[in-house]
Design a protein around this ligand. Structure first.
Ligand SMILES: [Zn+2]
Length: 309
């Protein structure tokens, strides 16, 4: 029997105001609340977690956040420190679980705050998790982001707790997750890249319908990335065949690169390659290859021609 739990969590954080950018870089957001719901493998709620955190870095709470969270004056002062709360949270999570969030930001911010407050890393590698917002969008065949409340309304979920608190948002996310068929959940995994793959064999290859996404391991220098054949290679997202690039990688420095190829069996293919900076140093490549129409392929060619002039 599968005993893995779903840890559906949500964070609230404070955005600093009037603080120089150099200081904000280390801690862009200070977490002030953690809310979570634990579902068992059958999707039943088995435990709840809700804690306020006393801010110590940005102690003036942005008025918009204060209003949204409907915090009473002095309420946060009653919270424990981030470190103590995060430790409690991780212990509450248990041993065998997968994180689930609405959107892709919470897991990164959790790890940023943990690093800032000198806690051991949550993971030395990318973390596989469920982005329920993305899964819900997939279930509905849309690509744009849907708000939590819109999804709750569309599914006819009873709104018995107010929105925009960490616990309530985690609670509603768990309600949505429980309504999504498992074959859809299992087809749309997300990866948090706060920690990057270290070795070649850990690199991520994500196949998703007619598209393929690749995340390389960490490289120390940007220049090393564009020398690697495997990073420059364009493979058909459907059959995986390595294709000859009809449109060689082109683009402006510091912007994503583009390329194009044709699979004899599956048609036109377009690639986008980004060199991204790692959260904890170094660089990595993000490459996406997908099927495109002939028209889109020709547009890409025109862009390449303009670019080379
Ligand atoms: Zn193919």
């Amino acid at each position: 029997m599968n005993s893995m739990n779903f840890i559906v969590f949500d964070l609230e954080w404070n955005q600093p105001e009037g603080i120089p950018k150099e200081e904000r870089v280390k801690l862009p957001f200070e977490i002030i609340e953690i809310g979570a719901v634990k579902l068992n493998a059958e999707g039943k709620l088995v435990s709840k977690f809700s804690r306020l955190i006393k801010p110590v870095v940005y102690d003036r709470i942005n008025w918009r956040i204060k209003k949204m969270l409907q915090l009473k004056t002095g309420e946060l002062e009653s919270g424990k420190s981030f470190k103590e709360t995060a430790e409690e949270f991780l212990e509450w999570c248990g041993d065998d679980y997968i994180f689930c969030t609405w959107g892709g930001q919470d897991l990164t911010e959790l790890q940023r705050n943990m690093a800032y407050f000198d806690m051991p890393p949550l993971s030395e590698r990318p973390i596989k998790y469920l982005d329920v917002q993305k899964i819900y969008a997939r279930m509905n065949g849309v690509r744009n982001q849907i708000s939590l409340e819109t999804a709750v309304d569309a599914l006819g979920i009873v709104k018995d707790v107010p929105f925009h608190r960490a616990f309530s948002d985690a609670y509603y996310t768990s309600k949505i997750l429980a309504l999504i068929p498992s074959q859809i959940i299992n087809s749309v995994y997300a990866y948090d890249l706060y920690s990057l793959p270290v070795e070649d064999k850990e690199e991520l290859h994500i196949r998703d319908e007619d598209s393929y996404t690749y995340y390389s391991r960490r490289y120390e220098a940007k220049e090393d990335i564009l020398k690697k054949q495997k990073i420059l290679a364009v493979k058909c997202p459907v059959c995986g065949a390595t294709l000859k690039r009809k449109i060689k990688w082109f683009g402006h420095a510091g912007r994503p690169l583009h390329s194009g190829a044709v699979c004899p069996e599956h048609g036109y293919v377009a690639g986008v390659l980004k060199i991204r900076q790692g959260e904890t140093g170094g660089y990595f490549a993000e490459k996406n290859v997908k099927l495109v129409t002939e028209e889109e392929f020709n547009e890409l060619k025109e862009r390449r021609d303009k670019n080379s002039k």
